[in-house]
Design a protein around this ligand. Structure first.
Ligand SMILES: [Zn+2]
Length: 189
């Protein structure tokens, strides 16, 4: 996205004034407003639809700045190995400082699989918002050869780590629209 680096270098100075701690700064207690979460989730689902139009699987993810509004990066699914969240997290780690990423939010249509949760952990992105649970996706995809869903809750992955990430999801308000996209996609596959 154009301007992403400029935004990224501006936001952390404003946000971290007086409380930046290298490594693992505590997450500030402010939380993204539910209305913002739903708006970002719908934007991520629009990305997922665009991913389908481009020949990929229906997943989309965003990186939202510490102001809970600015979208720093967006990413659709690439393929069965390069999931939207993992690709996004790796790009984020290359572009932005860990102290900024710890205050950022990864927003994704479907709960991250173990690989993506692990990549978010190592990229040091402190917050996660997801729409549909991995268990719900499993009910839609079953053992589909292109998406044999790995059913391991991301909270269990994060609980084995040493950082207290904030996790929000699933959201009943958007489950239907995200699930609809997947039902149509995997049924026709
Ligand atoms: Zn994944």
């Amino acid at each position: 996205m154009s301007g992403a680096v400029t935004l990224g270098s501006r936001v952390p100075r404003r946000h971290h004034r007086g409380r930046a701690i290298p490594g693992e700064p505590p997450l500030c207690s402010a939380a993204m407003h539910p209305e913002q979460m739903l708006r970002h989730l719908r934007a991520a689902n629009a990305l997922a639809r665009r991913a389908v139009d481009a020949g990929h699987h229906p997943f989309g993810a965003l990186l939202v700045a510490p102001d809970f509004e600015t979208v720093l990066l967006e990413q659709g699914n690439v393929d069965a190995v390069n999931h939207a969240e993992a690709v996004l997290a790796r790009n984020a780690a290359q572009r932005f400082e860990p102290s900024l990423l710890w205050q950022c939010t990864l927003v994704t249509t479907v709960e991250p699989c173990a690989m993506c949760a692990g990549t978010q952990y190592w990229a040091h992105i402190g917050r996660l918002v997801y729409g549909l649970s991995e268990r719900q996706l499993l009910q839609i995809t079953g053992a589909h050869p292109e998406n044999p869903t790995l059913d391991l809750p991301c909270r269990e992955v994060f609980a084995r780590g040493q950082k207290a990430l904030q996790v929000h999801g699933p959201f009943a308000e958007v489950e239907m629209e995200i699930a609809d996209l997947h039902r149509r996609f995997w049924k026709a596959r």
